[in-house]
Structure formats: C-alpha cells, structure tokens
Design a protein. Sequence first.
Length: 219
Amino acid sequence: MGARSSAIRAALEPELPARAKSNYLHCSNQTYRLDLPPDSCIDTVVFMAKIKDGRNFLQQDDAARALICFETAAQMYGEGLLPSNRYDAWCDEHRDQYQCVFTDTLRTMAGLYMKQRNIDEAIKVYRQLLSLDNWDEDAYLDLMRCYVLQGRDLQAITLYRHCEKILLRDLDTVPGQTLQEFVQRILRRRSPAVVAKEGALSSLTGMMESTDPAISLGN
C-alpha cells in the first residue's frame, strides 16, 4: 500500500517533498481518506461520464452531441492513466481497463466521422488506434479504406506493406485474408506500369520507414 499511496501523493501534489504531509491524502488507523477541495473533480470519473453521455446521445440518434462528448473524453485521455507510473504493476489492471474503453470510443468516433464523410478526421483516429496497438489489423484495413476513398491508393499499399513488416517482425505472421484481399483489389485495378512504380516506391519507403506508425504512415 505504501507504493500506491506514494504514487497517489505524487499525482495529487507533484511538488510535495517525499516525507512531507499531504494536504489531501490522510491516514488514520491504517485507513486512507482522500479529502479534496470543494470544486475538485477526478479526471477518470469525468472521462467515463463523458463516454456514458456520448453513448446515451447515440441511443437518441444525436451523433453530433455524441461526438462532442467522445472528443472531450479523447482529449482527457492524453497519455493514459498515470503515465508517470507506466511501469508500476499496481495500476496495470486499471490502465488496461481505461485503454480498452478508450479504444472502443475511438472506433465509435471513427465510424461517426465516416458516416459524416469526414475522412480526414477518421484518418486521425485510425492513426491514433495504431499508435496504441500497431498489430490492430482492423485499424489498418479501415485506414487503407480511407486512403482509397481519397484516391490515395499508393499510400494504402504502403500502409499494407508497413503492416506486413510489423506483423512479421513482432508476431512472425502475415496480415489476415481480408487485408490481403483488399490490397490485391487495389493492385488489380491499376495498370502494370503504375503497379511497378508503386513497388519501387514501396521499397524506398520501407528503407526510410520508422517503426513508429505515427511517423511512418504519412500525412
């Protein structure tokens, strides 16, 4: 419990000296009590409330207000739960729970943007999903679809090659059938000359790529 209370103290009062008494966290009879100022709020509580509000608006077919709630929650999420304690096992379970909720929310946001034909915003969300999990084949496929809708076939093919490289390197596997069939459909509809050019550019891109999807997936 000592490690947890220290982490809570550091999160609440980062400038507080190590052995100084906390203004907010109090211990009595081996029981901890959190006393916050009257107008305080807990960001995780607000985060979950915004997502709940967004889902309620969706049930009412109010996509615009749902998106506002989801966007607010996404901004609040930032780098996740207690990023300064990223490697502390005691908060792993809670961190994973919030990331799962956040990931589901991002997928919902992307779907809403696609319904609005706001492909640029959908692309940003799919890239964010890949920054959280660069093995996410659904996000790769959806991002490729966005590129194709914008007439950016070459970028879709390059993204597939990136996915192929990551899965082989990290999991010793290849993209699933759906991804493979999608990239083949893109290639089949293009002329042999263009496909050859894309192959050369893909090779050049592979030499230049970073393993960080946020850098390597293009503009």
